[in-house]
Ligand binder design. Structure first.
Ligand code: DHB
Ligand code: MG
Length: 219
């Protein structure tokens, strides 16, 4: 097969069908998100399950998400933390938070999820630390600020996941003026240089085009 976006899409659909299947709560969350005009920038199904499995693998009981959108990734994470676990998720747009609240509650794990409405820069200083996994998927300009908070609110062993690190290869363009690309590249440099983290990153293709995800541990 030629490595075209259509081939990536079909292959991603095969992987999602084979490994995830039909999930009514997640599909209803996406339907609500689309019906309310939110952008289709939630993680792909296979990426949502990757987050879920990472949280289970590290035994996460407290998860922090920065960027709720419509709650799709939040549901994946909340399912991983167990009945006594908690997900704190930060969303800047109150309209998005309301949609997420309804979808998360409908998924039956509402009591595990605390949605904080506000900008990350304002909400993060109000949180109590001890998070076992932090998922950063918000305004890319603030990625280095979010990584700094992830280190502060985590502990040695905390898993940090940073979404959208590939950006269709734009991150290697030194002449870019795109503030989101610059914020992402700065975050990758921070993950490489900052002694609080040990990190890698994987490029991805699939339902979300050509992008990628960084995974780090707080040392
Ligand atoms: C964008 C943001 C995301 O978090 C994502 O997964 C894809 C795209 C964006 O702002 O373009
Ligand atoms: Mg994203």
């Amino acid at each position: 097969m030629n490595p075209t976006p259509d081939a990536w899409l079909q292959t991603d659909a095969f992987l999602a069908d084979t490994l995830i299947g039909v999930d009514d709560a997640l599909e209803e969350a996406l339907r609500a998100q689309r019906a309310n005009g939110l952008p289709a920038i939630e993680v792909a199904p296979v990426a949502g399950k990757f987050l879920h499995l990472l949280a289970r693998i590290c035994g996460a009981r407290r998860v922090l998400e920065i960027g709720t959108l419509g709650g799709y990734s939040t549901i994946w994470l909340a399912r991983a933390v167990g009945a006594d676990g908690r997900v704190v998720t930060i969303e800047a747009e109150s309209a998005n938070a309301a949609i997420a609240r309804a979808s998360i509650d409908a998924a039956g794990i509402g009591e595990r999820v605390d949605i904080r409405v506000g900008r990350g820069a304002d909400v993060l200083p109000t949180l109590v630390g001890g998070f076992d996994l932090v998922f950063i998927d918000a305004d890319k300009e603030s990625n280095t600020l979010y990584l700094d908070w992830a280190a502060k609110l985590g502990h040695p062993g905390t898993v940090v996941v940073l979404d959208n690190i590939g950006r269709a290869g734009e991150i290697i363009r030194d002449d870019t003026t795109d503030s989101q690309v610059i914020g992402t590249r700065d975050a990758l440099k921070m993950l490489g240089d900052d002694p609080r983290f040990d990190a890698t990153a994987l490029q991805t293709v699939g339902a979300k085009g050509w992008d990628g995800v960084a995974v780090a541990v707080v040392v």
